[in-house]
Design a protein around this ligand. Structure first.
Ligand code: 8YV
Length: 329
C-alpha cells in the first residue's frame, strides 16, 4: 500500500475515503521540520499543512511521488527542485477562493469603515466622535485596484462591485476584451493603477520576481489617503516602506493578513491605529479548510494512482498518459 504522511492533524472525515486505498499517517500534533525530515523516506506522498518542504526534505524523500500543500500558494515548497526530481506538486486552487476573497472584502470594510478602530475606541470607554470626521472612507463610489486577477482577484472584483466600488486591475496577463467586459473591469498599467485607486488589493502569487513589488516608490505613486490590502504574501510588500507610508500619513490605512517576516510583525504596525491585522487566516473557515484538505488529498490520490489531477502545478513530471481534468478549472 502506498503511504501518505500528513504534517498536521486534519478532520478524520477528509481522510476516511482514502483509508482503504492508502496507508495514511496523521500525527496528533503538527510535526516539526526535523520530524518530517526523519520520517519522509518511508512515504510516497507528503501532505504539508503549514509546513515547509525544502531541498533536504525532497532529498530525504527517496520514494516521494507527490507533495501537496494546504493552500493555493506553494512558495513553501522548493517546487523547482521537486520538478527536477520528478515529484508532482499539488495545491488547492479552487477551495481557497471564496474564503480568501471574502476576507479581502472583510479587511477592506474593516479598514475603510473604521470597524477595528472604533471597536478599540468603544472598549477604551470612549463614545463621542466628532460629527464631521474623516476617519472613515465611503466604500461605495470608491475605486478598487486589484493586482493579480486570478480566481481570488476576480471574486474580490465581483464582491467589491456589489458594494458599489469601481474596479480596475493589473496582472502580468491581460484578459481578453470580452472577459474585461464580462467582469466590467479596465486594465491599467501599474503606475496608473497606483495613482488612481482609493484602495489596492494584492491578490497575486509570491514569486522571487515580485518580492517588494510594492515598495517605497509605489507608495509615493499611490493616491494620498488610499488604502492597501494584502491577503497574498507578506514579501510582496516592503514592510518597512509600508510602515513609513502609514506613519507619515501618506496612505490612510492598511488591511494585512500576511507579513514580510511572519509570524514576526513590525512593532510599528502593531501600534498603528489605521491598520487592521489578521494572522494569515484568509482561508480559515472550517468548510473552506475541509474543502482544501479534500482537494489536496484528491490530488495526491490521483498522482499515486497514475492519473492526472487538475491541481498539479508541474504536470510535466507525470510520465503516464495524461488525461487533463480541465473541467474543474
Ligand atoms: C494557507 C494560503 O496555505 O492558500 C494559500 O496560499 O496562504 C493559505 O490558505 C493556509 O493558511 C494553510 O497554511
Amino acid at each position: 500500500m502506498k503511504r501518505i504522511l500528513l504534517t498536521h492533524p486534519i478532520p478524520e472525515t477528509c481522510i476516511e475515503p482514502y483509508r482503504e486505498e492508502f496507508d495514511i499517517t496523521m500525527p496528533v500534533k503538527k510535526l516539526s521540520q526535523e520530524e518530517i525530515l526523519g520520517m519522509v523516506s518511508d512515504y510516497e506522498a507528503l501532505f504539508l499543512i503549514g509546513s515547509q518542504c525544502d531541498k533536504d526534505i525532497l532529498e530525504a524523500g527517496v520514494r516521494l511521488k507527490a507533495v501537496a500543500n494546504l493552500g493555493v500558494g506553494y512558495d513553501n515548497i522548493d517546487w523547482e527542485y521537486a520538478t527536477e526530481k520528478g515529484i508532482a506538486v499539488v495545491n488547492t486552487p479552487t477551495q481557497v477562493t471564496e474564503a480568501t476573497a471574502e476576507h479581502c472584502i472583510a479587511l477592506i470594510m474593516a479598514v475603510m469603515r473604521g470597524t477595528s478602530y472604533y471597536d478599540r475606541f468603544v472598549r477604551k470607554g470612549f463614545w463621542d466622535v466628532a460629527t464631521f470626521t474623516d476617519q472613515c472612507t465611503m466604500i461605495a463610489g470608491s475605486t478598487l485596484g486589484i493586482v493579480g486577477f486570478g480566481r481570488i482577484g476576480r471574486l474580490v472584483c465581483k464582491k467589491a462591485q456589489g458594494l458599489g466600488m469601481r474596479v480596475i486591475y493589473h496582472d502580468i496577463y491581460r484578459m481578453t476584451g470580452e472577459m474585461e467586459r464580462e467582469y466590467r473591469v479596465e486594465y491599467k498599467e501599474m503606475d496608473e493603477l497606483l495613482a488612481i485607486c482609493d484602495c489596492i488589493s494584492l491578490n497575486m502569487p509570491y514569486t522571487p520576481e515580485n518580492c517588494h513589488f510594492i515598495n517605497r516608490d509605489s507608495f509615493l505613486k499611490m493616491k494620498k489617503n488610499s488604502y492597501l490590502i494584502n491577503c497574498a504574501r507578506g514579501p510582496v510588500v516592503d514592510e518597512q516602506a509600508l510602515v513609513e507610508a502609514l506613519d507619515s500619513g501618506y496612505i490612510k490605512g492598511a488591511g494585512l493578513d500576511v507579513f514580510e517576516y511572519e509570524p514576526h510583525i513590525s512593532p510599528e504596525l502593531l501600534m498603528a491605529e489605521n491598520v487592521v491585522l489578521t494572522p494569515h487566516i484568509a482561508s480559515a473557515v472550517l468548510t473552506a479548510r475541509i474543502g482544501m484538505a479534500c482537494e489536496a488529498l484528491d490530488g495526491i490520490a490521483k498522482v499515486l494512482k497514475e492519473e492526472e489531477p487538475y491541481n498539479v502545478i508541474n504536470p510535466e513530471v507525470l510520465t503516464w498518459e495524461r488525461q487533463v481534468e480541465t473541467w474543474k478549472l
